[in-house]
Design a binder for this molecule. Structure first.
Ligand SMILES: *Cc1c(COP(=O)(O)O)cnc(C)c1O
Length: 392
């Protein structure tokens, strides 16, 4: 491993295991988990995380947002089921069917197109070739139905008409409904009444499907917030996202009951130190001007790495366990911080996010200061920031 990078994202794999332990304490025995690793594992790296989870029995499979993400996982040898949570295009259906990648279906047309593409596939993944219906020899390919119970995003409406749509999908050639799911809009709020109402609507819809003869599908409803705080929504499967990475879905979540461990730390090194006299402007636009003589350190990190420019004159970093404030604008690749009286030298370690000594910069702090949602903050850490996996 290199000793120095401009900036490195350290990914603590033991913290991921710890976060799964915390989540599982909230699950009934037998409830399995789908690890949501879209956006390259919320910026943490989907492949290494999936590799670590492959042999965990409680992991049913993975969820991603794009077929390209599923492809990267299959190319890396990840074998468990993968669900694409959003819309997928018909031109990808043959590949998906062949590789056990489940589409999310919410119209009869999507089901037909998927069934047609799947029927023409020669090589079939193990789980797709199992016909779920005894006596039915035809190959059947798994899909998941999205039901809209309150997001108004994608999904079949939970109405009589929606039920008819679901029944038509169930009868589509080459397709079987392996899972039915819905998504919470407000499970991260203190008041869970909206989420409970969604769960109830979802259960009612699933019950009607079963009464109409569609059976044996997996119900899944909970996201991270539901896993932590809505035990009645743990059905057959839950979809764990942000909590894998040690981040709370919102600041209304109870942090005492469920103690998550942050997974990502962002570290850099000082690359230049200098003194500036009073009256010296710092960075583009001269938005900061020193009021007195100062010691200034340059850090080789900027918005090109996903470190937000909105932290200009606002954020701080940790050096020797102490806060050093950002001076002036964050540039694309560099920024300056105030290290007056801190005895800082070139190549000293800089913590942009994470712990140094007794102090810690959390993703919530950075998100709050920069006007970004914590989910967004980690997703936006750039491609050019190497991820280094530790504690495996
Ligand atoms: C992103 C996503 C999740 C995971 O949400 P978290 O809040 O990160 O747990 C679960 N289900 C669906 C449908 C999603 O789009």
């Amino acid at each position: 491993m290199r000793k120095h990078n401009r900036v490195t994202a350290y990914i603590h794999m033991d913290a991921i295991e710890q976060n799964f332990r915390v989540m599982r304490e909230n699950l009934r025995d037998g409830v399995r988990m789908m690890a949501v690793i879209k956006t390259d594992g919320y910026g943490h790296g989907a492949v290494p995380i999936a590799r670590m989870l492959e042999d965990h029995d409680y992991i049913w499979g993975y969820a991603v947002a794009a077929v390209s993400e599923a492809r990267a996982l299959r190319e890396a040898g990840i074998a468990k089921p993968i669900l694409v949570l959003g819309y997928t295009f018909a031109e990808d259906y043959a590949w998906m069917a062949e590789h056990g990648v489940r589409p999310t279906i919410f119209t009869v047309e999507m089901a037909r197109e998927f069934g047609l593409a799947a029927a023409g596939v020669s090589v079939v993944s193990a789980d797709a070739s199992d016909s779920p219906v005894p006596g039915v020899e035809k190959r059947q390919f798994p899909v998941h139905l999205a039901v809209d119970t309150g997001m108004s995003r994608i999904g079949i409406a939970d109405t009589r008409e929606g039920l008819n749509t679901a029944l038509s999908i169930a009868e589509t050639d080459s397709v079987f409904i392996e899972g039915v799911f819905t998504h919470f809009a407000r499970a991260d709020e203190k008041d869970k009444s909206a989420a409970r109402a969604q769960a109830a609507r979802f259960c009612a819809f699933c019950d009607q499907l079963e009464e109409a003869g569609v059976c044996g599908f997996l119900r899944h409803c909970s996201n991270s917030a539901g896993i932590l705080e809505l035990p009645e929504a743990n059905m057959d499967l839950v979809r764990a996202g942000i909590t894998i990475y040690g981040i709370y879905p919102s600041d209304e979540m109870d942090r005492e009951t469920n103690r998550l461990c942050p997974v990502m730390e962002l570290k850099s090194h000082v690359v230049y130190c200098k003194k500036i006299p009073a009256g010296t402007p710092v960075s583009y636009g001269g938005t900061f001007v020193s009021g007195h003589e100062m010691e200034v350190a340059t850090i080789p990190v900027g918005y090109g790495d996903g470190y937000p420019r909105s932290l200009s004159n606002k954020g701080s970093v940790l050096i020797h366990g102490k806060r050093a404030k950002i001076l002036g604008r964050v540039c694309m690749d560099q920024m300056m911080v105030d290290v007056t009286g801190m005895d800082v030298k070139v190549l000293d370690e800089v913590t942009l996010m994470g712990k140094d000594g007794a102090d810690e910069i959390t993703v919530d702090e950075l998100g709050g200061l920069s006007g970004r949602f914590p989910y967004e903050f980690v997703c936006d850490i750039g491609k050019r920031v190497p991820r280094v996996y530790c504690d495996m």
